[in-house]
Write a protein that binds this ligand. Structure first.
Ligand code: ADP
Ligand code: ADP
Length: 229
């Protein structure tokens, strides 16, 4: 389960400026789709519509055939996990940040999430390991580490659908590889929408959607897209 469909979706923030103009796309259950396109194309707007931060003006979005407007906010929140571009961390321990919203998570489960999110090296360098406090009043955490903490959180949350908004900030190639590996762990067997900024992420997706000016201008596997050019 977890099949996502956008059906002729139209959306505007302001009446005089259309942002999405008839988006149709399908993410089969368990597949990973990368959305690419220039800044301002409407990529983030797609993800905001999926978790109903805003509602579509026309058309519909379905999960397993059901209009998302027909499900409760609670079940939508359970169904969709979001890894934002810039994760805000609490001034609390790494363990707290990872297990946020999952009071039942055991220390073993947290350690396993740390391993799969490729955070082991990071945690082993911290004075108090998973108990180290992060954030403004604690340890500074890089953008790449923040995203991996958010990925670890998603491994515990275990939603059928994942939205990953890849950071645009530049990362060293080691962090990039670690994030891609972590993303692949959390995306495995999950329906995943990636707002992609890196070529490696795009090449790794089952399908690529190219968005421009609020329209899908190309769609296919990377081999199909290469063959068309
Ligand atoms: P992308 O993620 O592809 O860079 P966005 O979906 O963030 O694009 O934005 C698409 C367009 O919508 C941009 O022109 C952006 O300025 C505009 N936009 C985004 N969010 C808002 C908002 N909350 N209110 C008004 N316009 C917005
Ligand atoms: P992103 O596309 O990753 O969300 P942006 O820089 O486009 O990053 O937007 C940052 C925030 O500002 C978002 O919450 C977005 O909704 C809002 N935003 C973007 N463009 C506009 C706009 N033209 N008017 C109002 N809010 C906007």
């Amino acid at each position: 389960s977890g099949r996502v469909r956008f059906e002729d979706v139209h959306f505007r923030y302001h009446p005089d400026r259309p942002i999405l103009e008839g988006i149709s796309l399908e993410i089969p259950a368990g597949q990973k789709v990368a959305v690419v396109g220039p800044s301002g194309a409407g990529k983030s707007t797609l993800s905001r519509l999926l978790f109903r931060f805003y509602d579509v003006d026309q058309g519909r979005i379905t999960i397993d055939g059901q209009d998302i407007r027909a499900v409760t906010q609670d079940s939508l929140r359970r169904a969709i996990g979001v890894v934002p571009q810039d994760t805000v961390l609490f001034n609390e321990s790494i363990a707290y940040n990872i297990a946020y919203g999952r009071p039942e998570a055991t220390p073993e489960e947290i350690r396993e999430a740390v391993r799969l999110a490729h955070l082991e090296d990071f945690v082993s360098r911290l004075p108090k390991g998973l108990d180290t406090v992060v954030g403004e009043r604690g340890l500074k955490v890089s953008g790449g580490e923040k995203q991996r903490i958010a990925i670890a959180r998603m491994l515990l949350k275990d939603p059928p659908i994942l939205v990953f908004d890849e950071a645009t900030s530049s990362l060293d190639s080691r962090s990039e590889k670690a994030i891609l590996a972590a993303l692949n762990e959390v995306a495995a067997r999950r329906t995943t929408l990636v707002i992609a900024h890196r070529l490696s992420t795009v090449m790794d997706a089952d399908n690529i959607v190219v968005l421009e000016n609020g329209r899908v201008i190309e769609q296919g596997t990377h081999l199909e897209l290469l063959a068309r050019d």
